[in-house]
Design a protein around this ligand. Structure first.
Ligand SMILES: Nc1nc2c(c(=O)[nH]1)N[C@H]1C(S)=C(S)[C@@H](COP(=O)(O)O)O[C@H]1N2
Ligand SMILES: [Mo]
Length: 189
């Protein structure tokens, strides 16, 4: 694809990898107390240790990413477990079609479950074939290349299933609920 056709409207290509988030960067001395909690509208709440998670079948993707502040980066390389592969261990209740991702320090972002089941959606622990740096989300971040990058929460600790949609952190602050870069869904109308 031509470079132009790859760049969503209003975006500018960068070679750098900007660091962008609200609040401090969590630092972990050990991952012994770390867990990923799956809760809400599920048949049974589940908790994964870091070891359990990283022993699941892994997937490596190459994807373009797009931040709502207008930078895009092509061919970023991520590795982790596909969200849909994690779903093998989770049983959402019928009608639980929305998800809230919970990260350290109370950051949240909401997505429809259907978006998270795409083949290119990962819970990642590697970037560029190296462990994630703390700034980019170590030990675990969501990667949803098809939506503006604020949906790709860093420092993920919880996945909440919901019967009804609810806005997350930036979504409450006026960002668009869906955030499709090809439709320029930057801010709520
Ligand atoms: N926990 C958390 N995750 C977050 C954010 C945040 O504020 N907190 N900001 C988002 C935004 S707006 C962007 S553009 C990306 C940036 O990821 P990067 O710093 O790895 O480039 O992280 C997203 N994930
Ligand atoms: Mo962003």
């Amino acid at each position: 694809m031509s470079e132009k056709g790859r760049l969503p409207p209003g975006q500018v290509l960068t070679q750098r990898f900007p660091v962008l988030h609200y609040g401090p960067v969590p630092r972990y001395e050990s991952l012994e107390d770390w867990d990923l909690r799956i809760f809400g509208a599920v048949k049974e709440e589940v908790r994964f240790t870091y070891e359990q998670l990283t022993q699941m079948p892994t997937t490596r993707i190459v994807a373009d990413i797009h931040c709502v502040t207008r930078w895009s980066k092509f061919d970023t390389v991520w590795e982790g477990v596909r969200f849909r592969d994690l779903m093998a261990y989770v049983e959402p209740l019928p009608g639980a079609e929305y998800v809230m991702i919970h990260a350290e320090y109370g950051f949240t972002t909401n997505l429809p479950l259907s978006r998270l089941l795409a083949n290119n959606v990962l819970l990642a622990w590697k970037y560029d074939d190296k462990p994630l740096t703390p700034e980019h989300g170590w030990p675990l971040r969501l990667v949803v290349p098809d939506l503006y990058f604020w949906k790709s929460a860093k420092w993920v600790r919880g996945i909440e299933f919901m019967f009804e949609d609810r806005p997350g952190f930036w979504e409450q602050a006026g960002y668009h609920n869906e955030g499709d870069p090809w439709k320029e869904q930057r801010y709520a109308e």
